[in-house]
Design a protein around this ligand. Structure first.
Ligand SMILES: C[S@@+](CC[C@H](N)C(=O)[O-])C[C@H]1O[C@@H](n2cnc3c(N)ncnc32)[C@H](O)[C@@H]1O
Length: 242
């Protein structure tokens, strides 16, 4: 699935205002210490802000990335990439599988995704899933205001994902927080519209059509001395195979 250059520009705008990637890289290394986990496969490795530093920490690091622009960046940084949508055929077995903000909440996608991810693990290996939706966090509360039906549906599927993981082994959970900081209200709206849309034009338009509600929430709850601050909660689930 190729992505437009606009997507990368908007993404970089968001990246310049958040500590998310640094926080998540640290959290992943904390869960998968490189002296214990030598080989990892990163499904949906992205444009490199987490995967490039991660690739330098493990003896064997393989990225799977379906987006050609992202895959090109990774290759230019000497990362071996399978430029394909996962699930795909992989005969090698790994100490750990990482999926950091790359799992879809659509059942026809997450069911085969999890089953196949678990299959490429060595016995005793870890599947590390980083996902977005916390409950009662700032993002969920903003979503309740602008897109309530999708919040309920999303929550149902997130619970389904957790039950599938639980059925496959022992799970440990943790939450890490990242912040998005902007001086300017408009920059915060723009950054949040990127988070909501993931680069999808229609979703971006929908988010911006709710601008008044978003601005009210930002002015009421997210104003700080610097400008505006939005905290995101990331759920990290470490599944150790039975
Ligand atoms: C939100 S980005 C996250 C990137 C990176 N893991 C990070 O946290 O910075 C999601 C990435 O996963 C990729 N992706 C999503 N589903 C995928 C799949 N089934 N197979 C391969 N890549 C996938 C997308 O192309 C995108 O680059």
């Amino acid at each position: 699935m190729p992505t437009s250059k606009n997507y990368l520009t908007d993404f970089r705008f968001f990246l310049d205002r958040t500590d998310e990637k640094v926080i998540l890289e640290k959290a992943i290394i904390g869960q998968l210490p490189p002296d214990k986990f030598q080989s990892v496969i990163d499904i949906g490795a992205g444009e490199g802000s987490i995967s490039i530093p991660l690739s330098k920490r493990f003896s064997r690091y393989l990225a799977i990335e379906q987006n050609n622009l992202h895959a090109d960046i990774l290759r230019k940084n000497n990362i071996e990439v399978l430029e394909k949508p996962f699930p795909c055929k992989i005969s090698e077995r790994f100490d750990a599988v990482i999926s950091c903000h790359s799992i879809s909440h659509k059942p026809e996608v997450y069911k085969p995704f999890i089953n196949s991810a678990v299959e490429i693990l060595r016995p005793g290996g870890s599947f590390l899933l980083v996902d977005f939706r916390g409950r009662n966090d700032s993002w969920s509360s903003l979503m309740q205001k602008i897109d309530k039906p999708s919040v309920a549906e999303d929550e149902f599927h997130v619970n389904q994902i957790y039950s599938i993981l639980l059925s496959r082994g022992e799970t440990q959970w943790s939450i890490v927080k990242s912040k998005l900081l902007t001086k300017d209200l408009e920059d915060m709206v723009k950054s949040l519209s990127f988070v909501y849309s993931g680069g999808d034009r229609k979703r971006r338009e929908y988010f911006l059509s709710k601008r008044e509600i978003v601005v009210n929430v930002l002015k009421k709850r997210h104003w700080c001395d610097y400008g505006y601050m939005f905290i995101f909660e990331h759920k990290i689930i470490n599944l150790k195979l039975k």
